[in-house]
Design a binder for this molecule. Structure first.
Ligand SMILES: [Zn+2]
Length: 311
């Protein structure tokens, strides 16, 4: 699946690595300022961004002066934009695997000391063609008894709390990378039928690899959580800032500790089959401001030195 879809080519920069860059054009129509202490100015970008459920879109907005903060609102989710290049602010917009198909507004607000600019962008979400995956597992792993159910709920709460951290800046600089080489064995978004029962869609990618294969972190960040959960087994959650988290599950061992700073490519642990797993594989998941996105959607994003030459 193509990870990044752009409705139009960038106008602010050229270069093959920036083809995926989605920009609001500089020639925007301005609506008269509203009177008041901090007048709001509406800037209708008049363009449509396109993506498919599970995609990650890089949204850039031209800014003048120096805003105090730039945030975006999309389907009840908030994203924080950060200073990017060529006088723009950028943000990663995640399209959840269950976001309704169709056209939705992305409202980007740039707050300055004396005014507020609002950019309205239109985002068209396409329906992804998810497959159905049928699995057979021991019934104790599917029909949970009461104590296990309590455990699973507490573990889900711990994960939710970990996702609550939203650092105001990106912790990464370079391009994102896959944590392990292997065969993609359980595709993102697939509708799961386990022992004949419909379950939640698969919110990550399963990569089959031999037990003990090193697993490396997709980019710079801080280890937010290390755990041994019923479903996920030994796992690591890494916070990359701005509400972007990556997850590495079913590990045979964990080599990092909570709060530790990690650098892209650093080994976090090794492939295993802990938790609910049918064999050794890595479950790689990404959460972006609450949206469950395809982790592979991050790989083509134009970060790092290779794309800096396109500045
Ligand atoms: Zn998985």
């Amino acid at each position: 699946m193509c990870a990044v879809r752009a409705a139009f080519r960038p106008r602010l920069a050229a270069g093959p690595l920036l083809v995926a860059l989605v920009t609001a054009p500089a020639s925007v129509s301005l609506v008269a300022p509203v009177a008041g202490e901090n007048p709001a100015r509406s800037v209708d970008a008049g363009e449509t961004l396109r993506g498919t459920q599970g995609d990650v879109l890089l949204v850039t907005i031209p800014v003048r002066d120096k805003p105090d903060r730039v945030t975006g609102k999309f389907l009840q989710r908030t994203l924080t934009l950060f200073p990017f290049r060529n006088g723009t602010y950028a943000g990663l917009l995640g399209l959840d695997l269950d976001d309704p198909a169709g056209r939705h507004d992305l409202i980007v607000t740039a707050v300055y000391p004396r005014r507020t600019d609002r950019h309205r962008l239109s985002v068209t979400v396409g329906k992804a063609d998810y497959s159905v995956q049928r699995l057979t597992l021991p019934s104790a792993m599917v029909d949970l008894d009461a104590p296990t159910l309590m455990r699973v709920r507490a573990e889900a709460g711990a994960l939710r709390r970990a996702f609550g951290s939203v650092l105001p800046n990106p912790l990464w600089r370079d391009a994102f990378r896959a944590p392990v080489a292997g065969t993609r064995s359980g595709r993102f978004g697939s509708r799961r039928v386990i022992n004949g029962q419909s379950k939640k869609p698969h919110s990550g990618e399963d990569i089959a690899a031999p037990e003990g294969t090193p697993v490396s972190v997709m980019n710079d960040g801080i280890v937010r959580l290390t755990m041994d959960h019923f479903f996920t087994g030994n796992g690591v959650v890494v916070d990359h800032g701005l509400g972007l988290f990556s997850m590495y599950f079913h590990l045979s061992r964990v080599d990092v500790t909570q709060g530790q700073t990690v650098t892209g490519g650093q080994v976090l642990g090794a492939v295993g089959a802990t938790g609910r797993a049918t064999g050794p594989h890595l479950h790689w998941g990404v959460r972006l401001n609450g949206a469950r996105v395809d982790p592979y959607a991050l790989l083509p994003l134009p970060f790092g030195e290779a794309s800096a030459s396109a500045n």
